[in-house]
Write a protein that binds this ligand. Structure first.
Ligand SMILES: Cc1cc2nc3c(=O)[nH]c(=O)nc-3n(C[C@H](O)[C@H](O)[C@H](O)COP(=O)(O)O)c2cc1C
Length: 183
């Protein structure tokens, strides 16, 4: 059983990014176990990362991520980078030193925006951190999902066959990477 954690960079209830993340994850093989990981965490502070002081939200997040074999990051772009909440989750997961929950886990980056550039800045900024965290990341397709409001129908679903087959190709590439890392 392959456990895939989905991390969505938006905390917004009606997040477009979350809908795209779900549409891509739906294209994974049926025997994959997919779970959405909550990143609404206390802000990282090294002073708290000691016995007796670790916030419950960090512990819950780290435990959830330790049960995950591979990660889908779907993120909006905030000011040409990733939202602070996502960066905070990356930082929380990376510590304590030597116990990073990211190390060697295959990852897929999807950036999403109503704009035309498809969250290019966020995609690249996230990629920069994942290189440092030693995560093998899908290189192509780079998965910039622009004009997201045109992709979602009135019910907030992706129904266009063209988009769904693109999402399938993204998911298939991610599966190939996971298999390669496991072989
Ligand atoms: C603080 C903030 C900064 C933003 N900066 C960008 C940006 O740099 N590029 C962009 O394409 N959209 C930007 N947006 C617009 C977001 O793409 C838009 O709000 C999007 O719907 C957020 O994703 P979500 O629907 O998953 O919450 C920004 C939105 C906020 C709230």
């Amino acid at each position: 059983m392959t456990n895939v954690g989905v991390i969505v960079g938006s905390l917004r209830e009606g997040s477009f990014t979350k809908k795209i993340a779900k549409a891509v994850a739906d294209q994974l093989p049926a025997d994959y176990n997919v779970s959405l990981i909550d990143i609404n965490l206390d802000l990282y502070n090294e002073d708290l990362d000691v016995d007796g002081k670790v916030p419950a939200s960090w512990t819950k997040f780290r435990e959830a991520m330790n049960n995950v074999d591979a990660v889908i990051f779907a993120t909006p772009e905030y000011n040409r980078s990733i939202p602070g909440g996502l960066k905070n989750a990356i930082d929380v997961g990376s510590r304590p030193m030597g116990s990073s929950i990211w190390d060697k886990k295959p990852a897929l980056i999807i950036s999403v925006s109503p704009g035309a550039i498809g969250g290019f800045g966020a995609n690249m900024a996230l990629r920069q951190s994942l290189v440092f965290l030693n995560m093998p990341v899908v290189q192509q397709p780079e998965a910039y999902i622009g004009g997201v409001t045109n992709i979602l129908d009135d019910n907030g679903e992706v129904t266009s066959q063209r988009e769904l087959s693109y999402f399938k190709s993204i998911a298939d590439t991610f599966v190939d990477l996971i298999n390669k890392m496991n072989s």
